[in-house]
Design a protein around this ligand. Sequence first.
Ligand SMILES: *[C@@H]1O[C@H](CO)[C@@H](O)[C@H](O)[C@H]1NC(C)=O
Length: 245
Amino acid sequence: MSSTYTFILSLLLFVGFSSSKKIPPYLTLCSRHDPNLNECVKNAVEQLRPHLALGVPELLLPPMDPLVLPEAGLSSGDNFKASFKNIQIYYANEFRIDNLNVNLDKYHIDLELSFPRLRILSQYNIDGRILVLQLHGHGPADGNFTDVSANAAFEGELKSKKGKEYITIKSVKVDLKIGKPFFQFENIFNGNEELNVQTNKIINENVVDIIDELRPVIDKTVTDFAIGIVSRVFNRFSFDELFPK
Ligand SMILES: *[C@@H]1O[C@H](CO)[C@@H](O)[C@H](O)[C@H]1NC(C)=O
């Protein structure tokens, strides 16, 4: 792909949380020496799950149903620009853990999640050419996704801060699989209903290629988001606090 994409994602979603620095009482922590550490961490996530929809302020986890991102944008040179505002992602809290492997000797976490359904609502603004499509419009966008899965490999290390040790994430490798979503962009031809219907049809017929075209951007966004979420927890609580001896 010769085009280069740039992406801006604002993670303002975390601003506004202030709460006591305490592990939530319903959460059972896992000893770092637990012989079934993976099972234990999985169970801990299940303990959190009923609280994920509204968020877990103690762990700085934002509400997940919907998960709100104020803004995301992408562009390809001078040819294509798209921005999305007030992005609301529904049903992210319904993820399933297909695999989890926590290695606390190497501070390495492998995680495989699948999302049976996701619905993403936003206000879009699109201008330019992508694949065969010349697009120009703004308005509400709606997208339904099934069969989304994400594998993430986190590499961390231990760092000292004020006499305590914290896990810091050095890198994450994310592999994202997106099934065939279905989109509806309203007003994509600024009011021409006939063209609007046609354009949405073409977008949905080509959606797999469009996603491939935008893949570097999508991967980067999801990677940054994953690092953001995990780092928040690991920066807030020391290794001893999260994984007692
Ligand atoms: C997404 O699914 C919901 C039902 O869950 C439906 O109301 C909505 O119209 C769908 N959106 C699109 C773009 O198909």
